[in-house]
Design a protein around this ligand. Structure first.
Ligand code: FES
Ligand SMILES: [Fe+2]
Length: 372
């Protein structure tokens, strides 16, 4: 798992004012709430007194959090400001009674949390402009906890060869599995981005896509993009042959936030956006975005079923087992490398910061001895 990352705590609509929420993100227990002025606060959920989970507590005046066990009371910065058992005014609240407050940033309809510690990085969370922009209609799903590593979802989203047989009969077809894939890796930004592009020309659309856009044969471009490690964006655009990029193009955008809970569990959220006013071709009385969202649960359950079953197989020791990769696994292999590199870079920083100067000196002496 990677901790030095912005992870979705929720879509903005999930965080109501004055309601405490418990979260587990990248192995950290967190308590979060939206204050009266609208800011979202996220603190370490282990009460500094006796580790009692603060999500069991209550908010006083919407702004201060009281632990349900002995009543330590924290402000929005995580500082303990009152302890009921200290009746004598000469007894002060200890300075160490303080919860770590994690940086939170609300942007484009998503509340992001920096899981790396109490200091925000110098880069913002990834943009998700269509979710909140005027001119787009968006529907978000309830957060879904999946009993599998976040990596298996990323791999699933890059790999369309599973459309047959896993999604056969709904969004899937064998032809989808055989479309050539262009892969782009972009390391120029604050976090690595990996992108696959599938272009189809004069493609006979599968029934679900035909019903969405009202075209039998179309040009289609489909871009899948991991903004490592916590966002996966999909854009699908179709148009009559030769008309992509013109006014007749129709599209939808799917933002999927992927928040690890633990090594073998994550939370998956989806926001589907279509240009405002887009109608479903099969029944123009309905909006396109509603039709797409209504058709999604079967496919989502198939993917969830697949990656949860896949995760169960990791309980068995490898004992010589090795995966076989074929040409179409290129993006999956590249995504793994990117995430491995991020994990290794973080582990190296952590190792360095955990070593006391004397430990480092001892290791250096030992290494010097080895050389001799
Ligand atoms: S454990 Fe929270 S006040 Fe005691
Ligand atoms: Fe799938």
């Amino acid at each position: 798992m990677i901790r030095n990352a912005w992870y979705a705590l929720g879509f903005s609509s999930e965080l109501a004012t004055g309601a405490l929420q418990g979260h587990r993100i990248a192995g950290r227990p967190l308590v979060a709430w939206r204050t009266e002025p609208g800011e979202v606060v996220a603190l370490d959920a282990r009460c500094a007194h006796k580790r009692f989970p603060l999500w069991e507590g209550r908010l006083l005046d919407g702004d201060r959090l009281e632990c349900a066990y002995h009543g330590f009371c924290y402000d929005r910065t995580g500082r303990c400001i009152a302890i009921p058992a200290l009746s004598d005014r000469s007894q002060r609240v200890p300075e160490t009674a303080r919860q770590t407050a994690f940086p939170v940033k609300e942007q484009d309809g998503v509340v992001w949390l920096w899981a790396g510690g109490d200091r925000a990085p110098d880069h913002d969370p990834p943009p998700t402009p269509e979710i909140a922009a005027e001119g787009w209609e968006t529907r978000v799903t309830e957060p879904m906890e999946v009993a599998a590593s976040y990596r298996l979802l990323i791999e699933n989203l890059f790999d369309l060869t599973h459309f047959y047989p896993l999604h056969n009969g709904n969004i899937g077809s064998l032809a989808d599995a055989q479309v050539p894939v262009e892969i782009q890796r972009d390391l120029s930004g604050p976090v690595p981005v990996l992108r696959t592009i599938r272009r189809r020309r004069e493609f006979t659309l599968p029934p679900m896509t035909r019903d969405r856009f009202g075209l039998e044969v179309a040009d289609q471009v489909q871009v899948h993009e991991m903004v490592a490690p916590s966002l996966f964006r999909v854009r699908v655009a179709v148009a009559p042959p030769g008309r992509l990029g013109t006014g007749t193009e129709q599209s939808f955008v799917l933002h999927q936030t992927i928040t690890p809970v633990a090594a073998d569990r994550h939370v998956w959220r989806r926001a589907t956006s279509c240009q405002a006013g887009s109608r479903w071709a099969a029944d123009p009385s309905r909006s396109l975005v509603d039709a797409i969202v209504e058709g999604a649960p079967t496919v989502i359950e198939q993917d969830r079923w697949a990656i949860e079953r896949q995760q169960e197989m990791f309980a068995f020791p490898d004992e010589g087992y090795r995966e076989v990769h074929i040409k179409t696994d290129g993006a999956v292999v590249m995504a793994r490398r990117i995430l491995d590199d991020m994990e290794a870079a973080e582990a190296a920083t952590l190792d360095a910061s955990l070593q006391s100067p004397s430990q480092t000196r001892m290791q250096q002496n030992r290494r010097a001895a080895d050389v001799r």
